[in-house]
Design a binder for this molecule. Structure first.
Ligand SMILES: [Zn+2]
Length: 418
């Protein structure tokens, strides 16, 4: 590896997210943070070697020129040229995790591993700029009360943002500055998506699909593949044989992953998410490596935060939110659209069109979770769906997280049985 000139070294420092930089976590394991033009600010990729020349990259950034520069600088710092990558693994197909996958494959020839069916979504949603997937999302939000023609920003980016990145973290900038900054972020995102060929996705024949429970061998390491639907229907986590646990956006240390309902989602993403939290909480993880924020879980790393503690806190958060949403539905017996409920729930915090889309998708995930358990009803009135209190005499809805036989996982188990 050649030495960086002082100018290049300064440029490399400037490309990483503020207050963060590539970190060698242990032998042959690097966390490389890449900048994002969202409130989330950064996304992690992990570079893992086996000590014998096999290098795997986990996740692939958003695909802006800025995060490409940061990835190149991070690989350089680790002393691993992009050409030398042996494998690329994608935890899920949200844009901030796949954007450079095409470039990485083209440069290195590395195969691209992801859970089966997440690849179909990747090409369907991100493989073209407009078309049926985009129209379906716009129509879906409109039926639930949110008209989207107020913004040119691409509604597909809604799933990117972790929810509640705003909770208790008010920016020190004045509101005006914040709105300007928000608009700049949206512009930048729109530009990223509007690259001539959309995202830089790998060709279909580069994809190697995995199934829940598979063992993935990468060089001298082996990983257990754990299907964790919720944030995305075919999201996966990977548990390395020594307890290094790559969790993507399933478990985040400082914010709550966005659990949203979209037109082609499984019918109950929140139920799936509760089940997925349960699936991972007791795994023998030595250290938890998330898609956003700092790794945690090793003794002395972040006091009071083990994998089980964080999984339980995320579960509690959603149980409380479900209760709040149910109370809002019950307060309006004549019914409301999901967008009205989202506005009442999030109020002032919804500053941008992105915020409103995120809030609506998340509110819908809760409403449908409640509706499937008899906690609320839905009816169609004209062009809109409205949510109403459950019919009298139905009694209280069950504990929203008690039903752990989530639809997606239960269906899959049935299919897997002979
Ligand atoms: Zn993410």
């Amino acid at each position: 590896m050649q030495q960086l000139s002082p100018e290049d070294a300064q440029a490399a420092r400037d490309v990483f997210p503020r207050d963060d930089a590539p970190t060698q976590m242990e032998d042959h394991v690097w966390r490389i943070p890449l900048p994002l033009p969202f409130a989330l600010r950064s996304v992690n990729v992990y570079l893992i070697g086996d000590g014998a020349g096999h290098w795997t990259l986990f996740d692939a950034g958003l695909g802006l020129a800025r995060d490409e520069a940061a990835l190149r600088a991070g690989l350089e710092r680790a002393g691993v040229p992009m050409e030398a990558l042996s494998a690329l693994v994608l935890t899920h197909a949200h844009p901030d995790h796949i954007g450079l996958s095409g470039l990485l494959h083209a440069t290195s020839g590395a195969p691209v591993y992801m859970l089966a069916r997440e690849d179909e979504r990747m090409y369907r949603v991100w493989g073209e700029l407009t078309g049926p997937a985009l129209r379906a999302i716009v129509g879906f939000f409109a039926e639930h009360g949110l008209a989207l023609d107020e913004s040119a920003a691409d509604p597909r980016v809604t799933a990117v943002a972790g929810s509640d990145s705003r909770d208790g973290r008010e920016s020190r900038e004045p509101r005006d500055g914040q709105e300007r900054q928000e608009r700049r972020r949206q512009d930048e995102t729109a530009r990223a998506i509007a690259r001539p060929k959309g995202f830089s996705l790998p060709p279909l024949d580069a994809i190697r699909t995995l199934e829940d429970g598979d063992t993935l061998t990468l060089g001298r390491w082996s990983y257990q593949v754990v299907w964790t639907p919720g944030h995305s229907d075919y999201h996966m986590c990977l548990l390395r044989s020594d307890g290094f646990f790559i969790v993507g956006d399933h478990i985040l240390p400082a914010i709550t992953p966005n659990i949203g309902l979209f037109p082609d989602s499984h019918p109950d993403p929140l139920g799936d998410y509760f089940a997925s939290l349960q699936r991972v909480r007791d795994l023998p993880a030595r250290i938890v490596a998330p898609g956003h924020g700092l790794p945690f879980g090793a003794p002395g790393m972040t006091p009071g935060m083990t994998l089980a503690e964080r999984a339980d806190a995320l579960r509690e958060h959603h149980i409380e939110r479900s209760a709040a949403i149910r109370a809002l539905v019950e307060a309006a017996p004549a019914g409301q659209t999901a967008n009205e409920i989202a506005s009442a729930l999030f109020g002032e915090r919804l500053r941008t069109v992105d915020d409103r889309r995120f809030a609506l998708a998340e509110t819908l995930a809760h409403l449908e979770h409640l509706r499937l358990r008899g906690g609320v009803r839905m009816e169609r009135v004209g062009a809109f769906y409205r949510y109403l209190p459950a019919a009298p005499g139905r009694g209280p809805a069950p504990d929203p997280a008690s039903d752990l036989s989530s639809t997606a996982i239960a269906n899959k188990r049935e299919r897997a049985e002979p």
